[in-house]
Design a protein around this ligand. Structure first.
Ligand code: ADP
Ligand code: MG
Length: 593
């Protein structure tokens, strides 16, 4: 029996394996415990619910059994998204022939012995429910040969009816074949999604477990076609493979210890962010889980680094003390519960934010060339090293900002500069938005006066719905230095605006901000009106696309940007600057490669 998760993942190499599990003894390999039926008090405490919901649940249970058996190589075959056939073959320690029948009893397991053990589960499985649940709704055949046994055995169970084990010769390990899933429960078939969706879930299940055990080789075949292949490799290599990121320079490795959890993460640069969350993977104590908590932590760490409709790509592996984690809360073990949820969230956000703010995040863009005629984002040089956020040691925020020689402006919209021989383009509006936004926040943090009184207050007429909205939003406006007071039933008098916007026309600015806020009331509720006011103020104060800038103004803007905490994106998550590598330019002129 092996412990759950990335085995030996405990900080044994610098390649990003998990740090040691707090309070866990070193891994040993005792004799395989025999399978026994759990006592009733333990069985009663197993999280109730349907174990076999769809083909992916079967795949998950079988592969987890293979991992618990110490397999080094796991092959998964499916036909018709797993409905016709699922076969999992491993080279693990096998099941002794005399225990084979017992493996199909409910609550029969070799992994825990008592209710007490539920608090310190170290294997993927622990409930002894998977094999009987699967065999109740399919035709199951197990062929196995246990370590140290002269002969193997085969057992067939159809819709719960168990045959007798017969001798079967095979190499050490186990093959479980599941045919005609739900053949006797047509109602359950009705709850399935399309074959394509079910297959996608199977693939995702295999990928999640492959992330959990990078030292194990995985192969998934669908109707004989190889869908997943992963040789034994490091955690970072496995993460890169599953995230499908070609260029390691686009990935950031984070290793951190915090009071609530030890964290190893592979983060994609903001440039890789996707429109869906499908490339976010979470492991907790080696177990792949769904975690709205950790998904929110990711959003928070990338806040303003990616647009709101994009989701960062990442693999997060957390280790917490086993007693701080309840793994017995979900029938398919898809979710876990942290005892210190708030601390975990705060610690993860803090560590990820720090790491993301230590490295340069200038998107590298490529243009048309002979090899690649279509312009695309995100193709940094192939041999760039993995970004590594240096642990400890304070790096000044401008330390990661590239040196830039400003050369001019194009289309009155982009500032053109040179950096280390490369071409840099800055979006003047996005850059100035970032500068103003951080200035606004900094002034408020420092308790500096935010309001600039107008010499002549301005009276604005509002529509009924504007007036109604403002009644609710007024405190948020005032938090940033707007001073606005009712002036009759449908009008307001504006007496001050935020200091950063002193140069702008006050009435236009206020109206524009009010308009923006009403546009995204739905979001405002979630995000906080105050932040929205700050964003709108910075946005409507910033230099616009189309504004002509003097060389001095450009240089000042770039210098201001370099001093911000997040210089590489505006608060909408759009990039403020992009880099075109000189060797990319050389390709355009057919000089090289
Ligand atoms: P659980 O994994 O919760 O113990 P299962 O029903 O999945 O329950 O499996 C029952 C028992 O069968 C396991 O405890 C294990 O001893 C044995 N077993 C199942 N699959 C394998 C396998 N692939 N290799 C070795 N032993 C296995
Ligand atoms: Mg199991």
């Amino acid at each position: 029996m092996r412990p759950a998760g990335p085995r030996g993942a405990c900080g044994e190499d610098a390649e990003g394996r998990g740090p040691p599990v707090p309070g866990e003894p070193p891994v040993t390999h005792p004799e395989r415990p025999t399978i026994r039926v759990l006592p009733p008090d333990a069985a009663e405490r197993i999280a109730a619910g349907e174990v076999v919901e769809r083909p992916a649940s079967v795949v998950k249970e079988l592969v987890e059994n293979s991992l618990d058996a110490g397999a080094r190589r796991i092959v998964i075959e499916v036909e018709k998204a797993g409905l016709r056939l699922i076969r999992v073959t491993d080279d693990g320690e096998g099941i002794p022939a005399r225990e084979l029948g017992l493996a199909f009893e409910r609550f029969a397991t070799s992994k825990i012995r008592s209710a007490e053990d539920l608090r310190r589960v170290r294997t993927y499985g622990f409930r002894g429910e998977a094999l009987p649940s699967i065999a109740a709704v399919a035709r199951v055949t197990v062929e196995t040969c246990a370590r140290g046994e002269a002969a193997g055995a085969e057992l067939r169970v159809v819709g719960g009816d168990r045959g007798s084990p017969v001798p079967r010769s095979r190499a050490e390990g186990t093959t479980v074949t599941v045919e005609d899933l739900f053949f006797n429960t047509p109602a359950r078939r009705a709850f399935l999604k399309s074959e394509r969706s079910e297959l996608a879930l199977v693939v995702a299940t295999v990928e999640a477990l492959a992330l959990a055990a990078p030292e194990v080789a995985f192969r998934l075949l669908e109707e004989g076609r190889e869908v997943v292949w992963a040789p034994p490799e490091s955690f970072v290599e496995r993460a890169q493979r599953i995230l499908g990121v070609r260029d390691r320079g686009q990935l950031l490795l984070v290793e951190a210890r915090s009071p609530s959890a030890d964290l190893v993460a592979v983060l994609g640069t903001p440039q890789l962010a996707q429109r869906r969350r499908t490339l976010q993977w979470f492991l907790v104590n080696g177990r792949p889980v769904r975690s709205p908590l950790l998904a929110r932590a990711l959003d928070q760490a990338y806040h303003t680094l990616v647009p709101e409709d994009r989701y960062p790509v990442a693999v997060l592996s957390l280790r917490v003390r086993p007693e701080d984690l309840d793994v017995n809360v979900h029938p398919r073990k898809a979710e876990v519960r942290f005892a210190r949820e708030r601390d975990v969230f705060d610690d993860v956000v803090r560590e990820l934010s720090r790491a993301l703010r230590r490295v340069p995040l200038v998107p590298v863009v490529t243009g048309p060339s002979r090899a690649d005629p279509s312009p695309s984002l995100g193709e940094a040089g192939a041999q760039e090293p993995l970004l590594v956020a240096e642990p400890g040691g304070e790096v000044a925020p401008s330390g990661r900002f590239p040196p830039i020689r400003v050369m001019g402006q194009i289309a009155h919209t982009y500032i053109v500069g040179e950096s280390e021989g490369d071409l840099l383009l800055l979006d003047q509006h996005a850059a100035h938005e970032r500068v103003l936004y951080e200035r606004l926040l900094a002034r408020r943090r420092a308790g500096a006066p935010l309001a600039q009184a107008l010499l002549v207050p301005v009276v604005l007429e509002l529509t009924a719905s504007e007036a109604e909205f403002l009644a609710e939003a007024r405190p948020a406006f005032e938090a940033w230095g707007f001073e606005v007071e009712p002036f009759g039933p449908r009008a307001v008098r504006l007496r001050a605006v935020p200091e950063i916007a002193a140069e702008r026309r006050p009435a236009e600015l206020f109206r524009a901000c009010l308009h923006d806020l009403r546009e995204d009331v739905g979001r405002a509720a979630a995000e906080g009106l105050e932040e929205r006011v700050a964003i709108a103020t910075a946005c409507h104060t910033a230099i616009r696309a189309g504004d002509r800038l003097s060389p001095e103004a450009m240089a000042a803007l770039v210098a201001d940007l370099a001093r911000t905490e997040d210089p590489f994106s505006c608060f909408h998550g759009r990039p403020t600057l992009v880099r075109v590598r000189v060797h990319e330019i050389e390709r355009w002129f057919y000089r090289k490669g």
